[in-house]
Write a protein that binds this ligand. Structure first.
Ligand SMILES: Cc1cc2nc3c(=O)[nH]c(=O)nc-3n(C[C@H](O)[C@H](O)[C@H](O)COP(=O)(O)OP(=O)(O)OC[C@H]3O[C@@H](n4cnc5c(N)ncnc54)[C@H](O)[C@@H]3O)c2cc1C
Length: 405
């Protein structure tokens, strides 16, 4: 078996392309977008909609598939993670439609993202006040009424929830139970198009980091959607059925695709800090001797070498999880490993950069304080550090979720 770590020519072109976007379009406005939380970064949104979606390289040339998606996330988050999450795309909502929807649903909901005359967003709303890590505990209901479902409940911390719920052409994928007595088997996801009566934007979170990103609370009050907007099968398997939570597992499979992307985002933020740290050390005449014997390394050299190692390990785990998707292999274990490693690595790297650079790095004059704030979310959303470690343990030990909680 040969293992190659070389990227396809198209991926190298993509790396350069997205790095240029990050450098020229994102970095110059990143501080301003962070300061003006809840204001739409119009210049970025309009620019990305008009120019950022151009094909890169030869579309018929060999490609690294999903690894290229991770490269895009890393480069754009090296530019700015908050703006990346504000980018008009189908985002997590799109992943849910792609993972659980029919071909007809994919065409109906995702085509506008190619043809709309104005920027649009997709989002996914799972989390509720009493249901986060334990997604099976959601209380939002969807009741069948003729040819429709009527949704009632409240969702919190919905990334891109403002754009997706308010701007025509966008949509929110909402998780709701159609039958509480069926437990996980009753949980289904529904596409709620922007502007649907009964879907209300209740508020926006004021956050520590990724402040350019809109994180919404959405209320659903007798919100009516066609039954054709239910993603996947409407069939409810009861709790005691052997295949009782198959539909739920299908919905959870969305995370196997999204976790490598979040891991790549983390690598991007970590690399931003590390690049700046190395430039700054170089400017101050401090060089890192990678070939010095361990007993002779300075504390800073040891820290920097460890940071570089952490970052590279996180990236390799991320690309492994992505390459398994390219091959159609189950990657639940590898996606969680990558997400857990990258979430921890970015938190440590960005904090270390602030520590090594000293008080100026705590000031808003430098971006490192912002990267430290932007880092932590990668260890929280799409499954916290603890939840991803739990998944890794379950997969390695071959335990079910009820055996290891
Ligand atoms: C900025 C932001 C954006 C977000 N975007 C979205 C979004 O777009 N869509 C969406 O649906 N949600 C979103 N979320 C929600 C996010 O996914 C949840 O916050 C996360 O899953 C944790 O859930 P929780 O907040 O309920 O915490 P809890 O589940 O209450 O967890 C609290 C703590 O307990 C730990 N814990 C919980 N269960 C266990 C266990 N079994 N073993 C060990 N430790 C455990 C957790 O790791 C955590 O440290 C977002 C959150 C934030 C902050």
């Amino acid at each position: 078996m040969t293992i190659s770590f070389d990227l396809a020519e198209n991926s190298v072109l993509a790396q350069e392309h997205y790095n240029r976007i990050a450098r020229e379009q994102m970095r110059p406005i990143a501080r301003d977008a962070d300061t003006h939380e809840h204001e739409l970064p119009e210049s970025w949104v309009e620019w990305y909609w008009l120019h950022g979606r151009d094909n890169v390289g030869d579309v018929n040339a060999p490609s690294d598939g999903f690894i290229q998606v991770c490269i895009q996330a890393e480069e754009l988050c090296w530019g700015d993670a908050g703006l990346y999450l504000r980018t008009p795309t189908a985002a997590l909502g799109g992943s849910a439609v792609a993972a659980a929807g029919t071909q007809e649903q994919r065409e109906r909901f995702l085509t506008p993202f190619r043809g709309s005359g104005h920027p649009i967003w997709g989002a996914m709303a799972i989390t509720e006040a009493e249901a986060g890590s334990d997604a099976a505990a959601i209380q939002t209901t969807a009741e069948r009424d003729g040819d429709d479902y009527v949704i009632n409940g409240q969702k919190i911390f919905c990334t891109a929830g403002e754009g997706a719920s308010q701007v025509e052409g966008g949509f929110v994928v909402v998780w709701a139970t159609v039958d509480k007595s069926a437990g996980r088997g009753g949980i289904k996801s529904f596409v709620v198009p922007a502007g649907t009566p009964g879907m209300e934007l209740v508020g926006l979170e004021k956050k520590l980091g990724i402040r350019a990103s809109d994180t919404a609370t959405l209320r659903f009050e007798n919100c009516r959607v066609p039954a054709a907007n239910l993603l996947g099968s409407a069939e409810v398997k009861k709790r005691d059925s052997k295949t009782g939570d198959k539909g739920f597992k299908g919905a959870m499979a969305t995370f196997d695709a999204s976790r490598p992307i979040v891991a790549a985002m983390a690598v991007g933020v970590g690399r931003a800090s590390l690049d700046f740290l190395l430039e700054e050390l170089d400017r101050q005449g401090v060089s890192v001797r990678f070939d010095a014997p361990p007993s002779e390394l300075t504390a800073i050299e040891r820290d920097v070498i460890e940071m570089i190692g952490e970052l590279q390990a996180a990236r390799l785990l991320t690309w492994r999880a992505a390459s398994m998707m390219n091959k159609g292999k189950p990657n639940n274990l590898e996606a969680s490993m990558a997400k857990a490693k990258a979430g921890l690595a970015v938190t440590r790297i960005t904090q270390k950069a602030v520590e090594i650079l000293g008080p100026p790095a705590y000031s808003k004059k430098l971006m490192v304080e912002k990267w430290m704030r932007d880092a932590k979310i990668n260890d929280i959303f799409e499954g916290t550090q603890q939840i991803n470690q739990l998944i890794v343990a379950r997969r390695i030990l071959d335990y079910s979720s009820s055996m290891l909680r």
